[in-house]
Design a protein around this ligand. Structure first.
Ligand code: ARG
Length: 272
């Protein structure tokens, strides 16, 4: 009726309208129904956490009031996230590996599972700021507690580290002029420290604390290093800016109120 050329123009016109229509429906943070993820969560009254509860003190099973419950550091953080969004927290347990896929398939809304925000995963999901950094502590012999108080005092000292562990890199980079003594086993590092063959030992968080608890001649002078490459973040579906921002706000608040450290200590005690 209109001829070939006119048909083509009409067809292009229709495609054009459809494209504009779709683009209008799904902007950066919006969904097809025009609602942002955060709006949908608030409307449903709950946020669904996916986690793999095999990782104490971060998430693990424990009997609470006679009932098997998932508890831990990450769970406390997730509760605070839900609280700030004014919704309930629902926990879905699964194995660690499919967590990212479950997020992509809308089975869960967020992941807190001691998850390190590595580059590979960041292609598939978005990550919040880190809410937890691995920490490493300097342990010394109690006899030296007056001479080793700050990072400066470690200058040129002999530092014991586990061979091949991240602490070896950290000590090398952060303690100026340190002479490193890498040993294969941590208990050997402790022995060397107790017999004054090394001036200090650099060990990971909970492990350092547990050695100091069990060896009364050792102390933590409060010299600590953050593990900048490690650490944990909350994983979220991509293009979900408002939710990421809200969660980052919660994380900042918890840091400011000292709750991160508190929850970690509590979870640690609970897991023993
Ligand atoms: N941080 C490591 C990672 O992101 C291990 C986490 C394992 N978490 C767990 N709940 N099992 O790969």
């Amino acid at each position: 009726m209109f001829g070939k050329k006119a048909n083509k123009i009409i067809a292009l016109f229709i495609i054009g309208i459809m494209t504009i229509g779709f683009a209008g429906c799904s902007n950066q943070t919006g969904t097809k129904e025009g609602k942002t993820e955060i709006e949908k969560i608030k409307e449903s009254g709950k946020i669904v956490l996916g986690t793999s509860a095999d990782y104490p003190p971060f998430e693990f099973h424990k009997e609470v009031n006679g009932k098997d419950t998932i508890v831990g550091f990450d769970i406390e953080i997730a509760k605070e996230i839900a609280k700030d969004l004014n919704v309930e927290l629902e926990i879905k347990e699964m194995s660690f590996d499919p967590l990212i896929m479950a997020l992509q398939n809308n089975k869960i809304d967020m992941v807190l599972a001691g998850m390190t925000p590595d580059k590979e995963r960041a292609k598939k999901v978005d990550f919040s700021d880190k809410y937890f950094f691995g920490k490493h502590y300097i342990v010394i012999n109690g006899k030296n507690k007056d001479s080793i108080k700050t990072l400066e005092d470690l200058k040129g000292k002999t530092i014991g580290v586990q061979k091949g562990a991240v602490q070896q890199k950290i000590a090398q980079k952060e303690i100026s002029g340190a002479k490193l003594k890498p040993l294969v086993k941590v208990p050997d590092l402790i022995l060397q420290l107790r017999s004054n063959k090394v001036d200090a030992v650099l060990i990971e968080d909970i492990v350092a604390k547990s050695y100091v608890e069990n060896n009364k001649d050792l102390v933590l002078p409060g010299i600590e290093f953050k593990d900048k490459e490690g650490g944990y973040s909350v994983a979220l579906r991509k293009n979900n800016k408002e939710l990421v921002e809200s969660i980052n706000k919660t994380i900042k608040r918890l840091q400011k109120e000292g709750l991160i450290d508190k929850y970690f200590e509590e979870a640690n005690k609970m897991s023993k």
